[in-house]
Design a binder for this molecule. Structure first.
Ligand code: AMP
Length: 388
């Protein structure tokens, strides 16, 4: 796989697709982590005398009223602070002002174009990988670097479109994601334990199917555990349940004994209630919202004996402190001798927000993209790189 290191960037107009899809409220950036994650690649291009042209999406654009609140202007200001240098911001995604500004750039200059999804107002041009749009953006540069891991599972004009035309490579962020995740998925050190949680079995079937033959144990918690427990004939009360996946769970449980399910639960009668209890047997009017202490001990036994661990999805409704203990306890189970990979999304924010970032080997920056990697799929935004 070609990386940014494989190119002579001097005097070149280098288009870098970054992921600046940060949460913004009333013009204030709530979490600038994604901007910080992109700095290594941007600084490398600056230091190698490139003219750096940055493209990113932000939010979704469906109608005119989505435009102003999804402008990248606040991002350009924060990026300028972080780079300690001027960032030229052009509030357009095409046209003569953009082209002139790019032609006037000096080596080491950084330019950020407006949100690529502004083009979605016109027949979803960005998100449907409109050929003309990809061609136009490619015409603005000499080299294309994809460093937006979070969108690499989508074929958009700003990644696949441009990479189909310009010589291309990946940046440091995508390289780090692949270097950390692929060896674990393809050739893990055993014992290899997968921990899965989150709300639905249906969202995770691809991951289960890809990893069940590779792992030694699959620990299942969270809402998805209850369709499995029902498949075993257990009472699950009013806990999350997907009737149409009952059969799938039954078949899987019959096929393998690698699956470890919760043996006790933190239950409540009502999602809004401030009262909860720990139970081994769920009553018909209970909702199970977290794994209990015996399950934590049981899961810990498997985690402690593992060399490799992949975790995707919180094992309880962790947004509510009453049901955080299971997820928090899992964060605390890992040690430095283990390879621990956290799939993006909720488990990633749990590990970061609960203060356990240093306990793990790698936290993926992409929710959907990391899920598709764990499913064993090729990501279109990465597959296209270096094909020319
Ligand atoms: P996912 O996006 O599929 O990883 O699901 C994450 C969501 O699952 C979080 O918002 C959790 O609150 C939710 N969740 C985890 N465990 C449970 C549970 N036992 N009951 C209901 N929701 C849960």
């Amino acid at each position: 796989m070609k990386t940014i290191r494989d190119f002579d960037l001097k005097d070149k107009k280098v288009i870098i697709r970054v992921d600046f899809n940060v949460p913004i409220k009333d013009g204030i950036i709530k979490d600038d982590n994604r901007i910080k994650e992109s700095l290594e690649t941007i600084n490398y291009a600056i230091n190698h005398d490139a003219k750096v042209i940055l493209l990113s999406h932000l939010g979704r654009i469906k109608e005119e009223s989505d435009l102003a609140k999804n402008s990248l202007l606040p991002v350009s200001i924060r990026l300028s602070e972080l780079l300690k240098k001027k960032v030229i911001f052009i509030n357009k995604t095409r046209g003569s002002e953009l082209e002139k500004s790019i032609n006037n750039m000096q080596n080491g200059d950084v330019l950020l174009m407006e949100n690529t999804r502004y083009e979605d107002l016109d027949g979803k041009k960005e998100s449907s990988n409109d050929l003309e749009l990809g061609k136009y953006w490619a015409s603005l540069g000499d080299i294309f670097i994809n460093d937006a891991f979070g969108t690499s599972h989508r074929a958009h004009a700003s990644n696949v479109g441009i990479a189909s035309i310009l010589p291309s490579g990946i940046g440091f962020l995508i390289e780090k994601e692949l270097n950390n995740m692929l060896p674990v998925i393809e050739n893990p050190h055993h014992p290899f334990t997968v921990i899965m949680g989150g709300s639905k079995v249906s969202d995770k079937i691809g991951v289960i199917d890809n990893l069940i033959n590779k792992c030694d144990y699959l620990l299942i918690g969270g809402g998805m555990a209850y369709t499995f427990l029902k498949a075993k004939g257990e009472e699950i009360g009013k806990s999350l349940f997907e009737e149409e996946y009952l059969d799938y769970c039954k078949k899987l449980l019959n096929k393998t004994d690698k699956i470890i399910l919760p043996v006790d639960h933190v239950v409540s009668k009502d999602l809004e209630s401030t009262e909860c209890t720990v139970k081994e047997a769920i009553a018909s009017d209970d909702i199970a919202l977290d794994i209990g202490p015996k399950t934590i001990k049981l899961f810990e036994k498997y985690v402690h004996e593992s060399k490799t661990i992949v975790w995707n999805g919180p094992v309880g409704m962790f947004e509510n402190p009453l049901y955080q203990n299971g997820t928090k306890s899992i964060c605390a189970m890992f040690n430095k001798n283990q390879t621990v990979i956290i799939g993006g999304g909720d488990s990633a924010s749990a590990v970061i927000n609960l203060g356990y970032k240093d306990n793990v080997t790698h936290i993926s920056t992409g929710g959907g993209a990391s899920l598709e990697l764990l499913e064993g799929k090729e990501l279109p935004g990465i597959k296209v790189i270096g094909e020319l």
